[in-house]
Design a protein around this ligand. Structure first.
Ligand code: ATP
Length: 428
């Protein structure tokens, strides 16, 4: 993990938040390459889960919601972690993260566990009283349930159909850590997939498969990916089944995403608390019922971290170690770099013109600083799949070389062939 944290900072993927003030615990900023990577992760999710499917639509609900939402969802009452304090050094721990009754830091005595609600509380408007309390959402899912009728009437979708959403969530985690794995502000990619009761188990298994495939197809090594079904006593009281997709992070197997069969619990609770019916009219059966829901809930930051960790490779190259991020081309922050062999004018002019043309299609970098070997190294280290080199022959015959990040092979081709060649290789 240290190597990734250091590369992420050095190359501009992820910085500590408010670093010049000493940083803010567990808060991170995505830098110029990090924002491209994370956007590509979110885009790849949206593309496969929404755009390419006829049974899915998207939405973007607000972070602040009516406080009754959290009563109905059960978060106000039950979204808690057990907290213990050390009576000696005052450190706090999640009770289920410590064994025994002594502090893992100093050996002091621990207090009895008490429940700590993870929701961030704030006030809406100028008066800070109980009536003005609102919460920062701890998950995006509830924004979908409360819009169930709106989506149904505006899209006229038939079951089964799903609603997808990407957005920030906030949890006042007791022990955040492991870089961006567990933070207090993070982004989720969630789906609520509504199905006819009785077909829920079949859809649940399909979603587990679909989501597992998504990680694999975007390049996560299958041996670092596994499914972990929840035991019966681990399930939330309303859930019929839950499977976690886990990744082998440096700290061990940990959750990337959870897929749950939430039955009709959420829609029924919101119907009860809001006084609005949240039902589906089945034209074939000529009856109303409350759909069941399958929820694949992923973290955009955790997925980004997993893609970053999995892409990292060190390999011997002559007397040196070559560090290369073998990102899937769809996720690579920079798709192509244009490198003139020298800073001489006919070369730089031509290279600038080429990079301008490529920018119309892909995120492209132009780099003419330092030796060509160092520039290749830098592009390897940020995972750029292709480098286009403009050399002394280029202005004469309008050809360039294209270097492949993974094989390091160079292919000479004419400038006119460049876009179709890269399009085929990058597959977009
Ligand atoms: P954990 O057991 O790790 O706390 P969870 O089971 O509470 O996670 P869910 O409520 O199922 O998590 O949230 C769905 C997804 O949102 C998680 O699989 C994860 O990818 C992401 N996520 C949840 N909490 C955090 C967090 N504090 N920081 C970053 N991502 C998070």
């Amino acid at each position: 993990m240290e190597k990734i944290v250091s590369l992420a900072k050095r190359r501009g993927f992820i910085f500590q938040s408010s670093e010049i003030y000493g940083g803010l615990n567990s808060c991170w900023d995505y830098g110029p390459l990090g924002v491209e990577l994370k956007n590509n992760v979110k885009r790849a999710w949206w593309r496969r889960m929404v755009q390419e499917r006829d049974d899915m639509v998207g939405q973007d609900a607000s972070i602040l919601m009516h406080p009754r939402v959290w009563e109905a969802s059960g978060h106000l009452e039950g979204f808690t972690d057990p907290l213990v304090d050390c009576k000696q050094c005052r450190q706090r721990f999640r009770a289920d993260h410590v064994t025994g009754k002594t502090c893992p830091e100093c050996g002091g005595e621990l207090t009895e566990p008490r429940n700590f609600n993870l929701m961030f509380k704030t006030f809406m408007g100028p008066v800070e009283d109980q009536a003005a309390v609102v919460y920062l959402r701890p998950e995006t899912a509830q924004g979908i349930f409360v819009n169930f009728n709106n989506i149904l009437t505006t899209t006229r979708k038939r079951l089964p159909f799903g609603v997808a959403q990407i957005g920030k969530s906030f949890r006042n985690e007791i022990t955040p850590g492991n870089f961006t794995f567990r933070t207090r502000e993070f982004e989720q990619m969630e789906i609520e997939y509504f199905v006819k009761p009785g077909t829920d188990e079949e859809h649940f298994h399909k979603w587990v498969e679909t989501r597992y495939k998504w990680y694999k197809e975007l390049g996560i090594s299958p041996e670092r990916l596994r499914l972990r079904p929840h035991a019966q006593d681990e399930l939330a009281h309303y859930a019929k089944a839950c499977v976690d997709i886990e990744y082998y992070f440096p700290m061990g197997w940990s959750e990337l995403e959870g897929i749950a069969n939430r039955t009709d619990y959420d829609l029924k609770r919101h119907a009860e608390y809001s006084g609005n019916k949240l039902e589906y009219f089945d034209q074939e059966l000529n009856e109303h019922y409350v759909p069941y829901v399958i929820e694949p809930s992923a973290g955009a930051d955790r997925a980004t971290l997993a893609f970053l960790l999995d892409a990292y490779h060190e390999e011997p190259d002559k007397d040196e170690i070559r560090v290369v991020l073998r990102f899937h081309p769809e996720l690579a922050p920079v798709k192509v770099a244009v490198l003139p062999l020298s800073r001489k004018e006919p070369l730089t002019d031509m290279a600038k013109e080429i990079s301008q043309e490529l920018r119309r299609h892909w995120n492209t970098e132009y780099d003419d600083a330092k030796s060509i070997g160092r520039r290749y190294r830098r592009q390897d280290e940020i995972g750029t799949p292709f480098c286009v080199t403009v050399d002394f022959q280029s202005p004469e015959d309008q050809t360039v070389t294209v270097r492949d990040r993974d094989t390091m092979e160079q292919t000479r081709l004419s400038v006119a062939e460049l876009v179709p060649y890269l399009r085929e290789k990058l597959d977009n």
